[in-house]
Design a protein around this ligand. Structure first.
Ligand SMILES: [Zn+2]
Ligand SMILES: [Zn+2]
Length: 122
């Protein structure tokens, strides 16, 4: 990607791939350049619902049963079917499962096609 001037022009002449440079971003510029968690649907309402859902739950494992008999406290509410912005899937509790941080990152990496590679799962 060709470099361009920081979006905080003309005050700043740093070159960036897009948006604001790190200095300007640190100053608070361009806070609205990237979609925030809230804009992706993960707002306070979700945080609360997720926390309530996870309360006292153990990771179900991804792939299922990866922890065997070991009980690992869940840290993430995962969407079994990726919601991809679909509000109905997003809020459908039957589509939620408790995962620990490790399982969640494994699943996320797989859904994202393993960091750039196309996903060939069935
Ligand atoms: Zn800048
Ligand atoms: Zn786990």
């Amino acid at each position: 990607m060709p470099l361009q001037l920081c979006a905080n022009k003309p005050d700043c002449s740093n070159l960036v791939e897009r948006g604001y440079c790190q200095q300007c971003a640190a100053k608070g510029c361009g806070r609205d350049m990237r979609p925030t968690a809230a804009q992706r649907g993960y707002d306070g309402k979700w945080q609360r619902a997720s926390r309530a859902f996870l309360f006292g739950k153990m990771c179900v494992g991804f792939p299922k049963g990866r922890h065997g008999e070991v009980l690992v406290p869940a840290a993430h509410t995962d969407h079994i079917i990726p919601h991809r912005g679909d509000k109905k899937l997003f809020w459908d509790r039957s589509n939620w499962q408790p995962l620990c941080a490790t399982c969640h990152s494994v699943k996320t990496a797989e859904e994202d096609g393993g960091f750039g590679r196309p996903y060939r799962g069935g």
